[in-house]
Write a protein that binds this ligand. Structure first.
Ligand SMILES: O=C(O)CCC(=O)C(=O)O
Ligand SMILES: [Fe+2]
Length: 209
C-alpha cells in the first residue's frame, strides 16, 4: 500500500455543520478483517430484528445482536431488548476502537446485512437511553457499502463509502441535526457486519423506564 494513501486526515470533519463525523478509513488489514468477520458471523447470537412501523410489528431480514457491560434494557425501533455479556472478541474490538477514537463505550449494537438488498432506513441514534452527544464508533466488516447523512432542516446529503475493516465515529450534535442511512443496493451481493459501539446512560434509563 502506498505510504501516503494511508495517511488520512482524520481531523477533517465529514459534516459541513451541526455535528462531527470522522472517518478513520481501514483500521484493520484484510486478514484481520476476515478473521473478525468469521468470528462474529459464527459466535454472535444473531436474531432477526423486530420493529414497530406505523404501529405494525415487522420482522426485518437484517439480523441484530446487542452486547454490553450490563444487561441494559435498550429500546430501538420501539422494541425493548436486553444486552448480552461481552464476548472476548467484542471486548478486544471495543478496546481497539476506544484507543483509536479516544472515547469509551459500554455497549454495542451489531447488524448483519445478508446482501445489498438489506439496508437501514433514515434515522438518528438519539434514543433517550443513549448518552446525549456521546460518541458512536461504527466498525464495518465484509462488503463495502455506501452510507449517507441527511440534515434534518436543510436536507443536505453527505455520502461516503464504509470500507471493510473501517472505523467511522459520529459525535457532538450529529444525532440531533442529521439522519443517517445505509441505502439498499442491487450491486452488492455479499454480506456485511456492522458494529456500533455506544454509551448507555443508566440513570437516565431509571428516570425514563
Ligand atoms: O450499518 C451501518 O453502517 C449503520 C447502522 C446504524 O446506523 C445503526 O445501527 O444505528
Ligand atoms: Fe444508526
Amino acid at each position: 500500500m502506498d505510504l501516503f494513501e494511508d495517511r488520512r486526515d482524520v481531523t477533517r470533519n465529514c459534516l459541513p455543520k451541526d455535528g462531527e463525523v470522522f472517518y478513520y478509513g481501514k483500521i484493520f488489514d484484510l486478514d484481520e478483517s476476515k478473521e473478525y468477520y468469521d468470528e462474529l458471523l459464527h459466535n454472535i447470537a444473531w436474531r432477526n430484528d423486530e420493529a414497530l412501523i406505523y404501529g405494525k410489528r415487522i420482522i426485518t431480514k437484517r439480523k441484530v445482536a446487542w452486547y454490553g457491560d450490563e444487561p441494559f434494557e435498550y429500546t430501538y425501533s420501539k422494541i425493548t431488548k436486553r444486552a448480552l455479556p461481552w464476548t472476548e472478541s467484542l471486548l478486544k474490538l471495543k478496546k481497539t476502537i476506544e484507543e483509536i477514537s479516544a472515547e469509551t463505550y459500554n455497549s454495542c449494537l451489531l447488524n448483519l446485512y445478508h446482501s445489498g438488498e438489506e439496508g437501514m432506513a433514515w434515522h438518528s441514534d438519539g434514543e433517550k437511553d443513549l448518552k446525549k452527544n456521546g460518541a458512536i464508533g461504527s466498525v464495518s466488516f465484509g462488503a463495502e457499502r455506501k452510507f449517507a447523512f441527511k440534515h434534518k432542516d436543510t436536507k443536505e446529503v453527505v455520502s461516503m463509502i464504509l470500507e471493510q475493516g473501517s472505523l467511522l465515529v459520529m459525535k457532538g450534535t450529529t444525532q440531533s441535526h442529521w439522519l443517517h442511512r445505509l441505502p439498499p443496493t442491487k450491486t452488492v451481493r455479499s454480506p456485511r457486519i456492522n458494529l456500533t459501539f455506544r454509551t448507555i446512560v443508566k440513570d437516565q434509563m431509571e428516570i425514563n423506564p
